[in-house]
Design a protein around this ligand. Structure first.
Ligand code: KIV
Ligand code: NA
Length: 278
C-alpha cells in the first residue's frame, strides 16, 4: 500500500471519493488502522483525554506529541500521518511555531501538522507551508479553546458565527493549508464550506457533506474513552468490554489457581540433557 499524498487528497475531493481519517496514538493502534485501510492517521492531541486521562487537551505538551507521533509512525509506515500541534505551541510567534512544527516532522516523523484556528493563524500556516511543512487546519469546535468557547457545543449556529467560520476556512485555504477539519458545526454550514473550498474538508460532528470524516480511535471502539455525550460518534465495536471481560477471567483464574495450567509451566531437566524446548 502506497501512502496518500496531499495531491491525491485534492483529487479525491474532485472525484467525490470520501477521505477516511482516524486518530491513533501508538504502535498497535496505528498498525491496526493501517491494516484496516485508513487513508490518514491523525495523532490528535485528543490523546490527552483518551490516553493520558486529562479532562481537556490543554495539558498536552509538544514532548507528548513527539513521543506518540514517533510510536504511531513506527506502526503505520505506509500511511500519511498528521500530528497535532498542541496548546500554545503555535501562538508565540512564527519562529517558535516553525521550531515546534519541525520537531513533529524531524523527531516525530509526521507527514504534516494540524493546528486549531482560522484567519488568526494564517501567518503561521503560510510560514509552515513555505518551509515545506503541510498544514491541516481545524475550525469549529476547537478543543484547545474550550474554556473560551464555554464548553463542547455546536459552532456556527448563528449567521454571524457561520460567516466567521466561512472566512476562517477561506483564510486557511489562502494560507496554503491542504485540508481543514470541521468539528461540531451544523451540516448546512459544513456543506457550504465544503462547496466553497478547493481543499478537502474532513468532518467530525459536521454531518454528511464533508469530503472526509474523522473519528477518535477510542470512541469508535468504545475503548475506555471518557464519558461525554457524543451524538456524532458511532461505535463500531465494544473493545472495552471485551478487554474488561478478558482481564476479569485472568484475575479469577489466577485466584482459583486455574492459570497457569500444566501446559504453561516449565519442567526440570537432568543437568546432562541439553535444554532445547524453552
Ligand atoms: O485531537 C483530535 O483527535 C482531533 C480530531 C477530533 C479532529 O483534533
Ligand atoms: Na486535536
Amino acid at each position: 500500500k502506497q501512502a496518500l499524498t496531499i495531491t491525491k487528497m485534492k483529487k479525491m475531493k474532485q472525484a467525490g471519493e470520501p477521505i477516511t481519517m482516524l486518530t491513533a496514538y501508538d504502535y498497535p493502534s496505528a498498525k491496526l488502522a493501517e491494516e484496516a485501510g485508513i487513508d490518514i492517521i491523525l495523532v490528535g492531541d485528543s490523546l490527552g483525554n483518551v490516553v493520558l486521562g486529562y479532562d481537556t487537551t490543554i495539558p498536552v505538551t509538544l514532548d507528548d506529541m513527539v513521543y506518540h507521533t514517533r510510536a504511531t509512525v513506527r506502526g503505520a509506515t505506509n500511511t500519511f500521518v498528521v500530528a497535532d500541534l498542541s496548546f500554545m505551541t503555535y501562538r508565540l510567534g512564527i519562529e517558535t511555531t516553525l521550531r515546534n512544527a519541525a520537531r513533529l516532522m524531524q523527531e516525530g516523523l509526521a507527514s504534516a501538522v494540524k493546528m486549531e484556528g482560522g484567519a488568526d493563524i494564517a501567518d503561521e500556516v503560510s510560514a509552515l507551508v513555505r518551509a515545506g511543512i503541510p498544514v491541516m487546519g481545524h475550525i469549529g469546535l476547537t478543543p484547545q479553546s474550550v474554556h473560551q468557547l464555554g464548553g463542547y457545543k455546536v459552532q456556527g449556529k448563528l449567521p454571524k458565527e457561520a460567516q466567521q467560520l466561512i472566512d476562517d476556512a477561506k483564510a486557511l485555504e489562502a494560507a496554503g493549508a491542504f485540508a481543514v477539519v470541521l468539528e461540531l458545526v451544523t451540516e448546512p454550514l459544513a456543506e457550504r464550506i465544503t462547496k466553497e473550498l478547493s481543499i478537502p474538508t474532513i468532518g467530525i460532528g459536521a454531518g454528511r457533506a464533508c469530503d472526509g470524516q474523522v473519528l477518535v480511535f477510542h470512541d469508535l471502539l468504545q475503548y475506555a474513552s471518557p464519558y461525554r455525550e457524543k451524538k456524532f460518534v458511532k461505535t463500531y465495536a465494544d473493545i472495552g468490554s471485551t478487554i474488561r471481560t478478558a482481564i476479569g477471567s485472568y484475575v479469577s483464574e489466577v485466584k482459583a489457581r486455574v492459570f497457569p495450567a500444566e501446559q504453561h509451566a516449565f519442567g526440570v531437566v537432568e543437568p546432562s540433557v541439553e535444554i532445547s524446548n524453552l
